[in-house]
Design a protein around this ligand. Structure first.
Ligand SMILES: Cc1cc2nc3c(=O)[nH]c(=O)nc-3n(C[C@H](O)[C@H](O)[C@H](O)COP(=O)(O)OP(=O)(O)OC[C@H]3O[C@@H](n4cnc5c(N)ncnc54)[C@H](O)[C@@H]3O)c2cc1C
Length: 489
C-alpha cells in the first residue's frame, strides 16, 4: 500500500493554481465549524497571516481554518475530515523554514494556539507536560518558575510552539549539551489520522515495550498525526553561565578549540556556535543595535557558553581555556562577557543572523550537517564548488559547530540580477550537495524537509529508507489526509 501522492488531490484540496481554495461540501463545513464554535474559526487578517510563510516564500489557501480548544475537539475535526477524505495541515507558530506548515494545496488548516495550557510541572520527576500550542518561551518560563531548566533554545522561541518543535525535531543552540527535541521528549499525546486520541504521555525514562511510536511523530512534520501535548525532560537550572566570543582564522581552528573547551569544561560546554566574518558583518549592517564586539576583523568567530550548577568555577575555567588557546595560536582575539547584559548582546547577534539575511534578496539557503571533524572539509569543498557554479557569489556560513550543523547560505554576487542568479541556483545547490555527499553528511540537519527539500529527499535518501518511510506513512495515514505532499511526494 502506498500513500496518495500530492498531485492526486483529495476532495477538499485544489492542487491547481487558484488563489482561493475549493469550498468544502456545505454539510461538512457546518459540522467542522460546529466542533469549535465561532471563537475557533479563524478568518480575516488573522488567517491571512497564517497563510503566508514569514519570509513570503510560500503562500497557502484554505477553505476553513480551525483553532480547536481541546484534544477532544482536534479528534472530532480529524474524524470528520477522515470520513470525508479531506486533507489537513497542522500549524503551530508558523516559524518553520521549509514550508511544511503552509496549506499549499487548499487543505483545512488546524491551528493549535488555543491549546496553550501548562498541564503540569513536576520538579521531582524532572518533567513537564504541555499542550501543543504553548510557545517555547512560555515552556522555558514554566520550567524556570519551578527552578528547573527546559534547555531547548532557538531564535524563534517567542513564537514557535511545542507541537511545532516536536513535529520538526527542533535543534538550536544547546544541542551539544542537552540533545535536540528527540532527546528531550518522554511522551506524547496525539490525534491519529483516523481521529483517535493516543495517550502516550508517559513520564518514563525507560520503556522497552516495543516500537517507540513517539519517535515517528517527532520530526513527522504533521504527516502522521496531530501532536496535542508533550511530556518533556527538565534539568537542574544552571546557577552560572560564562559566555565568550573569539575571533579565529579557520573552521579547523574552531574545531580544535571545541575539543579543548569540552575537555576544559568537563562536558559543561552548552553552546558552540561558528559564525563567519561575512555573516557577522551582515548582521552589523542589517540589524539595528548589533555592533562588532572585537576590535579587529576575523575570518571566523566562535560564540560559546559554559554553564554550571556551581558558582565561581566557570570564569577561571574560561580564562584558562582562552590562555591555552592563545598560546597554541588557535585564537586571535576574544572577549568574555562581563555581565548578563553583555552576554545577551553577543547572543542577540547570533539570534539575529536569520533576520540579517532578509534584506539581501534572493538566496540559496542550506541547513546541512557533517561529522564534526569533516566540517572544515565540507566548507572548503562547498566554497570551491559554489565559486565554480556562480563566480562571485557571497557565502554566509554560520551554525551549531558543536553539532556539525552549518547554515550555508549563498547570496547573489554584486552586479548580477535576480533572474541571472535564479538561473544558477540549481548549480549552486548541486555544488553544496556534492560537498555534503563528500563528507557523508545530511541535506537537512534541523529544519526538516517540508516542501523545500521534499524532491531532494526523493532522489537522495537511501532507497530502502525511503521505502520504509512510505510504508509508515501508508500504515498510519492510509487515506493520505495528513499534510499531503509534505516531506514525501
Ligand atoms: C528566526 C528563526 C530561527 C530559527 N532557529 C531554529 C533553530 O535554531 N533550530 C531549529 O531546529 N529550527 C529553527 N527555526 C525553525 C523553526 O522555528 C522550527 O522549525 C520550529 O520548531 C517550528 O515550530 P512552529 O510551532 O513554528 O511550527 P510550524 O512552523 O507552524 O510548523 C512546522 C511543521 O510542524 C507541523 N506542525 C506544527 N504543529 C504541529 C502539531 N501540533 N502536530 C503535528 N504537526 C505540527 C507543521 O505542519 C509543519 O510541518 C528557526 C526559525 C526562525 C524563524
Amino acid at each position: 500500500m502506498s500513500a496518495r501522492p500530492a498531485s492526486d488531490a483529495l476532495p477538499g484540496t485544489d492542487a491547481g493554481t487558484a488563489s482561493s481554495a475549493a469550498a468544502l461540501p456545505a454539510g461538512t463545513d457546518a459540522a467542522l465549524r460546529d466542533v469549535v464554535g465561532p471563537k475557533g474559526v479563524i478568518e480575516g487578517g488573522d488567517l491571512a497571516q497564517r497563510l503566508e510563510e514569514w519570509r513570503g516564500k510560500w503562500r497557502g489557501r484554505t477553505p476553513l481554518a480551525l483553532a480547536p480548544a481541546s484534544t477532544a475537539e482536534v479528534a472530532r475535526i480529524v474524524r470528520i475530515c477522515a470520513d470525508a477524505r479531506i486533507a489537513i495541515t497542522p500549524q503551530g507558530g508558523n516559524t518553520g523554514l521549509v514550508g511544511g506548515q503552509t496549506p499549499t494545496n487548499g487543505e483545512v488548516l488546524i491551528l493549535l494556539h488555543r491549546m496553550n495550557r501548562i498541564r503540569s510541572v513536576d520538579p521531582l520527576d524532572a518533567t513537564m507536560t504541555l499542550d501543543a500550542g504553548v510557545t517555547l518561551a512560555a515552556a522555558q518560563d514554566a520550567a524556570a518558575s519551578a527552578d528547573r531548566l527546559f534547555p531547548l533554545s532557538i531564535g524563534s522561541e517567542g513564537t514557535c510552539q511545542i507541537g511545532g518543535i516536536v513535529s520538526t525535531n527542533a535543534g538550536g543552540v544547546n544541542v551539544i549539551r542537552y540533545g535536540n527535541t528527540r532527546d528531550l521528549v518522554l511522551g506524547l499525546e496525539a490525534v491519529t489520522a483516523a481521529g483517535e486520541i493516543w495517550n502516550g504521555l508517559k513520564r518514563l525514562r525507560k520503556d522497552n515495550t516495543g516500537y517507540d511510536l513517539k519517535q515517528l511523530l517527532i520530526g513527522g512534520e504533521g504527516t502522521l498525526g496531530i501532536v496535542t501535548a508533550a511530556t518533556v525532560k527538565l534539568f537542574p537550572r544552571p546557577k552560572e553561565k560564562a559566555t565568550a566570543l573569539v575571533g579565529l582564522a579557520s573552521p579547523a581552528a574552531a574545531l580544535e578549540l571545541l575539543a579543548l573547551a569540552q575537555d576544559a569544561s568537563g562536558g559543561q560546554t552548552t553552546s558552540f556556535e561558528l559564525i563567519s566574518g561575512a555573516a557577522y558583518d551582515l548582521c552589523v549592517r542589517n540589524v539595528p543595535g548589533v555592533r562588532h564586539a572585537l576590535a579587529g576583523r576575523h575570518a571566523w568567530h566562535v560564540l560559546f557558553e559554559f554553564s554550571s550548577g556551581q558558582i565561581g568555577v566557570l570564569r577561571p575555567m574560561l580564562e584558562a581555556l582562552l590562555a591555552d588557546a592563545y598560546a597554541r595560536g588557535l585564537v586571535a582575539d576574544g572577549v568574555i562577557a562581563e555581565s548578563e547584559a553583555q552576554a545577551h548582546d553577543l547572543w542577540r547577534m547570533r539570534h539575529a543572523l536569520s533576520e540579517a539575511m532578509k534584506p539581501e534578496g534572493l538566496q540559496a539557503k542550506h541547513d546541512v550537517s557533517a561529522p564534526l571533524s569533516d566540517v572544515p572539509r565540507f566548507l572548503e569543498l562547498a566554497d570551491a564548488g559554489v565559486e565554480r557554479a556562480c563566480p562571485g557569489a557571497r557565502v554566509i556560513a554560520f551554525g551549531h559547530l558543536g553539532d556539525g550543523n552549518i547554515h550555508y547560505d549563498v547570496l547573489r554576487p554584486a552586479g548580477v540580477d535576480d533572474a541571472a542568479f535564479r538561473a544558477r541556483l540549481r548549480d549552486v545547490e548541486a555544488a553544496v550537495y556534492a560537498a555534503v555527499d563528500a563528507v557523508d553528511g545530511s541535506i537537512s540537519a534541523e529544519h526538516g524537509v517540508g516542501l523545500a527539500r521534499r524532491d531532494d529527499l526523493a532522489t537522495r535518501k537511501d532507497p530502502a529508507a525511503l521505502a520504509m518511510m512510505r510504508s509508515v506513512k501508508a500504515a498510519l495515514d492510509p487515506h493520505g489526509i495528513m499534510n499531503p505532499g509534505k516531506m514525501l511526494r
